[in-house]
Write a protein that binds this ligand. Structure first.
Ligand SMILES: NC(=O)CC[C@H](N)C(=O)O
Length: 375
């Protein structure tokens, strides 16, 4: 018999279910993700640090887990909430079941609760702080108190917490078309990628475009990077509140001043916005999923995109040398912008997908073109 588990939300809601991961307790902001696939990539996306993720798709774990699908070297979500985990995973790539994987990584997870009810609460009230407990004896009152004691993500700088300690070269090759083997690419550009919680697929897609990549810690001063004379600088995705990353905002300002090709994704987009003097704000429940429609304002195309953010740049506070390039068709929020007088642009969603559709992968080509033209 699995251990019992319980989820308590700061609004007083309590859900009883059973454990499908490690025993223990965890606190964080509870958010919902609507992607139907890609649970392992979601678990290992560093942008989810201090967040407990509930997946709205009811059957999670069907295809097991493996080494290749991780987006970083560990699980970053603070916990996992699902409706149901199948008893037996079935896929030729699977080396481990989801509960075993979660247990090995020490991640508390609950199944057997009504995730539709939970998602409606989060949609109506916005993301809520919660406490997830699993084990032989669980105490709802204590969990509620812990949920209410969690300070929330506002003001929390987590990029420097999940970042690497020292620089390294990304030298994994790129996949063959049939995705069975890696091969080398011709290196055309030297790129420095800031790791605020970078996902591996971003580095793969940059390498695929001929980038030789040096990944650097979040707090690396801009002067150190400029001394490396890169062809371009990349600002990665990452967890927490962008406004709290003052060192990153200061560095981005220097890269903009130096007119070096600059590309930002998600947290990187928000940091670029803040560097330009724009305001960032907390969203009600954010965007977390793999089917979000985004409009490309240059040609009117609608792209289906992968998303994972709880903060956003307030478009009305952007300076006049910014051109909005993408908006969300869910809520009209800002999804991308480019500078009119510098080689810099960024995107709020996840163009690298993983999981998700590849509609907006052309942004990686745009960065390569920008570096080519700026040379
Ligand atoms: N995926 C990301 O980079 C997320 C950015 C930021 N932490 C947010 O929640 O909005």
């Amino acid at each position: 018999m699995p251990h019992p588990a319980l989820l308590a939300l700061e609004d007083g809601s309590v859900f009883h279910g059973h454990s499908v991961g490690a025993t223990g307790e965890t606190v964080g902001e509870v958010v919902f993700n609507t992607a139907m696939t890609g649970y392992q990539e979601i678990l290992t996306d560093p942008s989810y640090a201090r967040q407990i993720v509930t997946l709205t798709y009811p059957h999670i774990g069907n295809t097991g887990c493996n080494v290749a699908d991780a987006e970083s070297d560990r699980v970053h979500t603070a916990g996992l909430i699902v409706r149901d985990v199948p008893r037996r995973p079935s896929n030729w790539r699977s080396t481990e079941s989801l509960p075993d994987y979660l247990g090995r990584h020490g991640i508390v997870a609950i199944a057997g609760i009504d995730t539709r009810r939970l998602t409606r609460i989060l949609r109506d009230k916005g993301a809520l702080n919660g406490c997830l407990v699993a084990g032989e004896s669980i105490d709802a009152e204590a969990a509620l108190a812990k949920a209410r004691a969690f300070p929330g993500l506002n003001g929390m700088d987590l990029a420097k917490v999940v970042s690497v300690n020292k620089p390294y070269n990304w030298n994994e090759g790129v996949y063959d078309l049939d995705h069975t083997a890696f091969h080398e690419t011709d290196k055309r550009f030297n790129v420095v990628a800031y790791d605020y919680g970078v996902k591996r697929n971003i580095l793969r897609l940059l390498a695929e475009r001929g980038c030789e990549i040096t990944v650097v810690p979040a707090q690396t001063p801009a002067a150190e990077v400029l001394a490396m004379e890169p062809d371009g600088v990349f600002l990665s995705n990452g967890p927490g509140d962008p406004a709290a990353c003052d060192y990153a905002i200061a560095a981005a300002r220097e890269f903009l001043a130096a007119e070096i090709p600059l590309f930002g994704i998600c947290l990187g987009h928000q940091i670029m916005g803040a560097a330009l003097g724009a305001k960032t704000m907390k969203m009600k429940f954010g965007h977390h999923g793999a089917n979000h429609p985004v409009k490309d304002l240059d040609d009117g195309r609608v792209l289906i995109t992968s998303q994972n953010h709880g903060f956003a740049v307030d478009a009305s506070t952007l300076p006049s040398n910014v051109r909005v390039t993408h908006t969300s068709l869910f809520d009209g929020s800002l999804q991308g912008f480019a500078l009119t007088d510098r080689p810099a642009f960024c995107f709020q969603g996840h163009p690298e997908a993983s999981p998700g559709p590849h509609d907006i992968g052309y942004l990686f080509d745009r960065f390569a073109k920008l570096m080519q033209e700026t040379r």
